[in-house]
Design a protein around this ligand. Structure first.
Ligand SMILES: [Zn+2]
Length: 250
Protein backbone atom coordinates (compact mmCIF):
# COMPACT_ATOMS: atom_id res chain seq x y z
CA UNK A 1 0.00 0.00 0.00
CA UNK A 2 1.12 3.55 -0.69
CA UNK A 3 2.87 5.05 2.26
CA UNK A 4 1.30 8.33 3.38
CA UNK A 5 -1.75 8.24 5.68
CA UNK A 6 -3.76 10.22 3.11
CA UNK A 7 -2.96 7.70 0.37
CA UNK A 8 -3.80 4.77 2.65
CA UNK A 9 -7.10 6.40 3.51
CA UNK A 10 -7.96 7.03 -0.11
CA UNK A 11 -7.22 3.41 -1.06
CA UNK A 12 -9.26 2.05 1.86
CA UNK A 13 -12.21 4.30 1.03
CA UNK A 14 -12.20 3.13 -2.57
CA UNK A 15 -12.03 -0.50 -1.43
CA UNK A 16 -14.92 -0.02 1.01
CA UNK A 17 -17.14 1.16 -1.84
CA UNK A 18 -16.06 -1.66 -4.13
CA UNK A 19 -16.53 -4.20 -1.32
CA UNK A 20 -20.11 -3.04 -0.78
CA UNK A 21 -20.86 -3.11 -4.53
CA UNK A 22 -19.41 -6.59 -4.98
CA UNK A 23 -20.74 -8.32 -1.87
CA UNK A 24 -24.05 -6.52 -1.37
CA UNK A 25 -25.09 -4.82 -4.63
CA UNK A 26 -28.66 -4.51 -3.33
CA UNK A 27 -27.36 -2.05 -0.70
CA UNK A 28 -25.26 0.03 -3.11
CA UNK A 29 -27.72 2.81 -3.90
CA UNK A 30 -28.76 3.15 -0.28
CA UNK A 31 -25.77 2.67 1.94
CA UNK A 32 -22.77 5.00 2.09
CA UNK A 33 -19.45 3.61 3.28
CA UNK A 34 -16.96 5.62 5.32
CA UNK A 35 -13.43 5.08 6.57
CA UNK A 36 -11.97 7.43 9.16
CA UNK A 37 -8.46 7.36 10.65
CA UNK A 38 -8.19 6.50 14.35
CA UNK A 39 -6.14 8.88 16.43
CA UNK A 40 -4.87 5.76 18.14
CA UNK A 41 -1.69 5.23 20.12
CA UNK A 42 -1.43 1.61 19.07
CA UNK A 43 -3.12 0.32 22.22
CA UNK A 44 -6.56 0.12 20.66
CA UNK A 45 -7.84 -2.42 18.16
CA UNK A 46 -6.63 -1.99 14.60
CA UNK A 47 -10.15 -1.11 13.49
CA UNK A 48 -13.63 -0.80 14.91
CA UNK A 49 -17.11 -0.64 13.48
CA UNK A 50 -20.66 -0.82 14.78
CA UNK A 51 -24.19 -0.72 13.50
CA UNK A 52 -24.67 2.89 14.64
CA UNK A 53 -21.05 4.07 14.57
CA UNK A 54 -21.71 6.42 11.62
CA UNK A 55 -24.17 8.34 13.80
CA UNK A 56 -21.60 8.60 16.59
CA UNK A 57 -19.08 10.08 14.15
CA UNK A 58 -21.57 12.22 12.25
CA UNK A 59 -19.91 15.49 13.30
CA UNK A 60 -16.46 14.31 12.10
CA UNK A 61 -17.94 13.04 8.85
CA UNK A 62 -19.81 16.31 8.25
CA UNK A 63 -16.70 18.34 9.04
CA UNK A 64 -14.78 16.28 6.47
CA UNK A 65 -17.57 16.88 3.93
CA UNK A 66 -18.30 13.16 3.74
CA UNK A 67 -21.67 12.72 5.44
CA UNK A 68 -24.45 11.44 3.22
CA UNK A 69 -26.52 9.57 5.79
CA UNK A 70 -26.25 6.52 7.99
CA UNK A 71 -24.05 3.76 6.63
CA UNK A 72 -21.03 1.56 7.22
CA UNK A 73 -18.15 3.20 9.05
CA UNK A 74 -14.81 1.66 9.96
CA UNK A 75 -12.36 3.65 12.07
CA UNK A 76 -8.91 2.33 11.24
CA UNK A 77 -5.51 2.83 12.88
CA UNK A 78 -3.56 3.61 9.72
CA UNK A 79 -0.21 3.11 11.46
CA UNK A 80 -1.07 -0.59 11.79
CA UNK A 81 -1.90 -0.92 8.10
CA UNK A 82 1.38 -1.91 6.46
CA UNK A 83 0.15 -2.90 3.03
CA UNK A 84 -2.92 -3.09 0.81
CA UNK A 85 -3.80 -6.66 1.81
CA UNK A 86 -3.69 -5.90 5.56
CA UNK A 87 -5.86 -2.82 5.15
CA UNK A 88 -8.44 -4.42 2.90
CA UNK A 89 -8.57 -7.60 5.05
CA UNK A 90 -9.26 -5.47 8.12
CA UNK A 91 -12.07 -3.68 6.29
CA UNK A 92 -13.51 -7.03 5.19
CA UNK A 93 -13.46 -8.20 8.81
CA UNK A 94 -15.31 -5.05 9.95
CA UNK A 95 -17.76 -5.11 7.02
CA UNK A 96 -18.78 -8.65 8.01
CA UNK A 97 -19.58 -7.41 11.53
CA UNK A 98 -21.71 -4.67 10.02
CA UNK A 99 -23.57 -7.11 7.75
CA UNK A 100 -24.22 -9.44 10.67
CA UNK A 101 -25.65 -6.48 12.57
CA UNK A 102 -27.90 -5.63 9.61
CA UNK A 103 -29.06 -9.24 9.30
CA UNK A 104 -29.79 -9.40 13.02
CA UNK A 105 -31.67 -6.09 13.00
CA UNK A 106 -33.79 -7.15 10.00
CA UNK A 107 -34.67 -10.42 11.70
CA UNK A 108 -35.50 -8.58 14.91
CA UNK A 109 -37.76 -6.08 13.15
CA UNK A 110 -39.45 -8.89 11.22
CA UNK A 111 -40.13 -10.67 14.51
CA UNK A 112 -41.23 -7.55 16.40
CA UNK A 113 -42.36 -4.38 14.59
CA UNK A 114 -40.39 -1.21 15.51
CA UNK A 115 -43.34 0.30 17.37
CA UNK A 116 -43.32 -2.72 19.69
CA UNK A 117 -39.58 -2.40 20.26
CA UNK A 118 -39.86 1.30 21.05
CA UNK A 119 -42.50 0.62 23.69
CA UNK A 120 -40.22 -1.74 25.56
CA UNK A 121 -39.08 -0.43 28.93
CA UNK A 122 -35.31 -0.05 29.44
CA UNK A 123 -33.77 -3.01 31.28
CA UNK A 124 -33.64 -2.84 35.06
CA UNK A 125 -30.19 -1.93 36.49
CA UNK A 126 -29.86 -5.41 38.02
CA UNK A 127 -30.54 -7.00 34.64
CA UNK A 128 -27.85 -4.85 33.02
CA UNK A 129 -25.35 -5.72 35.76
CA UNK A 130 -26.17 -9.37 35.25
CA UNK A 131 -25.63 -9.07 31.50
CA UNK A 132 -22.29 -7.32 32.04
CA UNK A 133 -21.24 -10.04 34.48
CA UNK A 134 -22.13 -12.71 31.95
CA UNK A 135 -20.18 -10.87 29.27
CA UNK A 136 -17.04 -10.84 31.40
CA UNK A 137 -16.99 -14.63 31.35
CA UNK A 138 -17.75 -15.05 27.66
CA UNK A 139 -15.17 -16.87 25.54
CA UNK A 140 -12.69 -14.80 23.49
CA UNK A 141 -14.46 -15.52 20.21
CA UNK A 142 -17.62 -13.73 21.36
CA UNK A 143 -18.89 -11.75 18.38
CA UNK A 144 -16.85 -13.98 16.05
CA UNK A 145 -18.71 -17.22 16.42
CA UNK A 146 -19.96 -19.62 13.76
CA UNK A 147 -22.51 -17.14 12.36
CA UNK A 148 -19.80 -14.53 11.87
CA UNK A 149 -17.33 -17.00 10.32
CA UNK A 150 -19.98 -18.33 7.94
CA UNK A 151 -20.83 -14.83 6.76
CA UNK A 152 -17.13 -13.98 6.43
CA UNK A 153 -16.64 -16.98 4.12
CA UNK A 154 -19.44 -15.70 1.88
CA UNK A 155 -18.12 -12.13 1.84
CA UNK A 156 -14.62 -13.32 0.95
CA UNK A 157 -15.90 -15.70 -1.73
CA UNK A 158 -17.66 -12.79 -3.46
CA UNK A 159 -14.60 -10.55 -3.15
CA UNK A 160 -12.31 -13.23 -4.55
CA UNK A 161 -14.68 -13.76 -7.48
CA UNK A 162 -14.18 -10.06 -8.25
CA UNK A 163 -10.40 -10.42 -8.12
CA UNK A 164 -9.49 -9.59 -4.50
CA UNK A 165 -6.21 -11.36 -3.67
CA UNK A 166 -6.89 -12.09 0.03
CA UNK A 167 -8.51 -15.03 1.77
CA UNK A 168 -10.50 -15.65 4.94
CA UNK A 169 -7.38 -16.26 7.02
CA UNK A 170 -6.13 -12.77 6.14
CA UNK A 171 -9.34 -11.38 7.64
CA UNK A 172 -9.42 -13.45 10.81
CA UNK A 173 -6.45 -13.77 13.19
CA UNK A 174 -7.80 -17.01 14.64
CA UNK A 175 -5.13 -17.33 17.34
CA UNK A 176 -6.52 -14.21 19.02
CA UNK A 177 -9.86 -15.94 19.31
CA UNK A 178 -8.43 -19.38 20.22
CA UNK A 179 -10.22 -20.98 17.28
CA UNK A 180 -9.10 -22.98 14.25
CA UNK A 181 -8.26 -21.08 11.09
CA UNK A 182 -11.17 -19.43 9.31
CA UNK A 183 -10.29 -21.40 6.18
CA UNK A 184 -11.06 -24.64 8.04
CA UNK A 185 -14.51 -23.26 8.87
CA UNK A 186 -14.95 -22.20 5.23
CA UNK A 187 -13.98 -25.70 4.03
CA UNK A 188 -16.86 -27.16 6.05
CA UNK A 189 -19.33 -24.92 4.21
CA UNK A 190 -18.51 -26.83 1.03
CA UNK A 191 -20.02 -25.22 -2.07
CA UNK A 192 -22.48 -23.06 -0.14
CA UNK A 193 -20.80 -19.69 -0.93
CA UNK A 194 -20.95 -20.47 -4.68
CA UNK A 195 -24.46 -21.87 -4.46
CA UNK A 196 -25.79 -18.78 -2.64
CA UNK A 197 -23.65 -16.22 -4.47
CA UNK A 198 -26.70 -14.38 -5.81
CA UNK A 199 -28.62 -14.31 -2.55
CA UNK A 200 -28.60 -10.89 -0.81
CA UNK A 201 -25.79 -11.23 1.70
CA UNK A 202 -27.92 -10.26 4.69
CA UNK A 203 -30.19 -13.22 4.01
CA UNK A 204 -27.45 -15.85 4.15
CA UNK A 205 -27.90 -16.38 7.86
CA UNK A 206 -31.62 -17.09 7.37
CA UNK A 207 -30.78 -20.20 5.36
CA UNK A 208 -30.12 -23.60 6.86
CA UNK A 209 -26.45 -24.06 7.64
CA UNK A 210 -24.71 -27.22 6.38
CA UNK A 211 -24.71 -29.73 9.25
CA UNK A 212 -21.04 -30.51 8.60
CA UNK A 213 -20.20 -26.87 9.33
CA UNK A 214 -22.33 -26.73 12.48
CA UNK A 215 -20.74 -29.90 13.80
CA UNK A 216 -17.21 -28.66 13.06
CA UNK A 217 -17.86 -25.29 14.76
CA UNK A 218 -19.34 -26.92 17.86
CA UNK A 219 -16.42 -29.35 18.13
CA UNK A 220 -13.82 -26.60 17.59
CA UNK A 221 -15.29 -24.35 20.28
CA UNK A 222 -15.66 -27.27 22.68
CA UNK A 223 -12.03 -28.18 22.07
CA UNK A 224 -10.93 -24.58 22.78
CA UNK A 225 -12.96 -24.48 26.00
CA UNK A 226 -11.24 -27.66 27.18
CA UNK A 227 -7.77 -26.77 25.98
CA UNK A 228 -7.72 -23.25 27.39
CA UNK A 229 -9.74 -24.06 30.51
CA UNK A 230 -12.46 -21.61 29.56
CA UNK A 231 -15.86 -21.70 31.08
CA UNK A 232 -18.48 -23.10 28.76
CA UNK A 233 -20.94 -20.22 28.23
CA UNK A 234 -23.77 -22.77 28.15
CA UNK A 235 -22.91 -24.29 31.52
CA UNK A 236 -23.80 -22.87 34.98
CA UNK A 237 -21.30 -20.35 36.41
CA UNK A 238 -18.32 -21.70 38.34
CA UNK A 239 -16.90 -19.18 40.85
CA UNK A 240 -13.25 -18.20 41.28
CA UNK A 241 -11.94 -19.33 37.92
CA UNK A 242 -9.40 -17.11 36.25
CA UNK A 243 -8.81 -17.25 32.51
CA UNK A 244 -5.86 -15.70 30.74
CA UNK A 245 -6.41 -15.11 27.05
CA UNK A 246 -4.40 -13.20 24.44
CA UNK A 247 -5.61 -9.72 23.62
CA UNK A 248 -7.63 -9.30 20.46
CA UNK A 249 -6.14 -7.31 17.64
CA UNK A 250 -9.30 -6.68 15.58
ZN1 LIG B 1 -14.09 -8.44 14.95
Amino acid sequence: MTSTPAEKLEALRAFANDMRDVTAPELSPLLPTYVLPADGDGSRPLAVTGGLLAFEYRHELETAGLWSGWGFLAVVDLDGVDDYLTGTAVLTHEWTHFLEHLAFTSALIAAAPPETLLQDAPPAPEATAEALGARATMPPWTGHDRRYLRLLAHVVYRLQAAGWPGDVDDCFPSRHYLLSRASRYAEHLGTEPAYLADLPICRILETRCPSDYTAFAAADMKHAIRRWHLRDPLSPPVPAERNVVPCQRF
